[in-house]
Design a protein around this ligand. Structure first.
Ligand code: 2P0
Length: 324
């Protein structure tokens, strides 16, 4: 009744932004991501008849509050699926530095779903595992797969058709991502709250939704042809549209800081000099820069010299779920 799984985080190139059902996490649009090799969570789950409640150790500390309640609520789903009323010992170790601005919830829930479902004796297919993982955190359902993955939003109210599918494995194409760490630390609107406010109040939200099918079709063509310029252009434009929805919200908000714009402008400047380099930004101020290996040294050096940039973390395409 014990299992250990490792899952990597992912960066969305076509963003998940908006829910049609918050309780079971159903999105308003498909999204597409690249799983990253450097950032992962390793989780062990052991169901134990002698326990009277779940225990959750995160990075060698006893977790409480929202972190604990999200884990127990997720274990409840696993218990219900298995028809077993057993509590569990959960131990998670994150190798997702929060400073780099990657969500540990993606790797965290993917690892928890994989370890938890295996430990309790469920034999889930990858599709079933992705669908389960979605209930913990939406973006996590894409981390079941390595390389490029697409989360199909589905149409059903019960979420049975909302899960990720693999698009191309990690070794298909060596695309690199540099996470630009900024010194700014001001706490921003959480992605859950930001999504909700945007869906409910932004007149730009419909425009965002209307643009998704074109962006998805184009980026998938770009991936198929290994056309970096096409993939980069679409990913950057999609990110800009997502962030534009927040400016139209009531009250308006943005995840960008002054240094966010400095990095964006530097990427545009390098591009004007003929270097194929693009960016994407999630629900935070940090910028993720996309490039090909041959430009790594120059891009890293250029970004490091910017004022307000404290670190650059380089990453490659990563693997899907593994069991240890
Ligand atoms: C994404 N983000 O596609 C988008 C882009 C942030 C910006 O998924 O409420 O933590 O747990 O489903 O997955 C962040 O939202 O939200 C996110 P929940 P999640 O990666």
């Amino acid at each position: 009744m014990k299992a250990t799984a490792k899952a990597h985080t992912n960066i969305a190139l076509i963003k998940y932004w908006g829910k049609r059902n918050e309780a079971i996490i159903l999105p308003t649009n498909n999204s597409l991501s690249l799983t990253l090799d450097g950032y992962y969570t390793t989780t062990t789950v052991e169901f134990d008849e002698s326990l009277s409640q779940d225990q959750f150790m995160l990075d060698e500390q006893i977790a409480s509050g929202e972190q604990y309640s999200r884990v127990t609520a997720f274990l409840d789903i696993i218990r219900q699926m298995a028809g077993k009323q057993l509590f569990a010992n959960v131990t998670s170790v994150n190798e997702v530095p929060t400073a780099a601005g990657f969500a540990s919830s993606a790797s965290g829930f993917a690892a928890l779903a994989a370890a938890g479902s295996k430990a309790i004796g469920l034999h889930l297919s990858e599709k079933e595992l992705s669908r389960l993982t979605r209930r913990g955190s939406g973006s996590a359902c894409r981390s079941i797969y390595g390389g490029f993955a697409e989360w199909e939003m589905g149409m059903r109210e019960d979420g049975e058709d909302s899960y990720a599918i693999p698009i191309a494995p990690a070794n298909y194409w060596d695309i690199r991502v540099a996470a630009v760490v900024l010194s700014a630390t001001k706490k921003s609107v959480s992605s859950r709250a930001g999504m909700r406010r945007t869906v409910e109040t932004s007149p730009f939200f419909q425009g965002w939704l209307d643009s998704i099918s074109y962006d998805l079709a184009e980026i998938k063509q770009g991936i198929k042809a290994r056309d970096f310029q096409k993939v980069g252009e679409i990913a950057e434009a999609n990110c800009m549209k997502m962030h534009a929805t927040t400016l139209g919200a009531k009250p308006p908000f943005t995840y960008w800081h002054d240094t966010t714009l400095v990095v964006m402008q530097k990427v545009w400047e390098m591009r004007s000099q003929g270097i194929p380099v693009y960016f994407t930004i999630d629900a935070g101020p940090n910028v993720k820069v996309l490039y090909l290996p041959e430009h790594e040294a120059y891009i890293e050096q250029t970004l490091r010299e910017l004022q307000g940039v404290t670190d650059i973390r380089l990453s490659k395409s990563g693997q899907g779920i593994t069991y240890i």
